[in-house]
Design a protein around this ligand. Sequence first.
Ligand code: NAD
Length: 275
Amino acid sequence: VDQPRIPLADGTSIPQVGLGVYQTENDKAPAVIRAALEAGYRQIDTAAIYGNEQGVGEGIRSSGVPRDQIYLTTKLWNSEQGYDSTLKAFDASLKKLGTDHVDLYLIHWPAPKKDLFVDTWKAFIRLQKEGRITSIGVSNFMPEHIDRLVAETGVKPVINQIELHPTFQQAALRAYHQANGIVTQSWSPLGQGTLMDNPVVTSIASKHGKTPAQILIRWHVNMELVTIPKSANPERIKANFDVFDFSLDTDDMAALAKLDGADNRLGPDPLTADF
Ligand code: NAD
């Protein structure tokens, strides 16, 4: 499948639409990954805390798709932040994934009370120099956290993966990213399923002969975001990737823009989340 890729500041690029696997059980992950690769996905988003790195790795190896054609992301969990513990946690993730490198490694949350994200970032920089991570990024970081990484190490993350959907559009953070050459990756792009019967979404869906999920995913594509909708159902996985044969027009985008609300966060607030 011909699909858009988004360039990153380090000279690489990432497929724009990928598969999220939060809450996909490890034993089901191989079949889910094979279904996604079969449908054309080439980006997979997992994390150590999801407990399915082993199943994801098995799915990749049994798919018949060469490893170098797949963009694989995993994330460092909060409890492993710190320089030495990051090096160790990364080894453990690679071992579970059964691969010699990841394409993107993210600090999962800043966890500011721990105050370890700068040391963690220094370990990321070392792992990248060693060639075991292609690109290094962060998740759930606010500008103040990214500014500190840059002030203390001189190295900018290429991506910040944040909660983002039509009901929580993150205009301020997107503007900060754009000004700093950082790509925005949307998590919970479907609003965790809560937007499927939103009347604005369903009416645009009827107009285009597409499903609400396809309208939502296409919104992220039109917004030039990188996104990772989650499903463990092969038919939905396939349908969610079928978004490259149509586009949303300015009326659609204007109607969806109005769904935005600053209080519509579904997940934790990165400034206070410490778990
Ligand atoms: P999502 O917005 O992708 O929604 C997933 C929900 O939508 C599931 O309940 C699924 O059953 C439903 N769904 C999917 N396709 C559908 C379809 N075609 N029709 C009807 N329902 C459908 O939510 P998410 O899983 O929270 O986010 C996506 C991914 O983002 C995760 O899997 C994970 O990889 C990542 N994520 C990252 C963080 C982070 O802190 N970095 C946090 C949450 C999620």
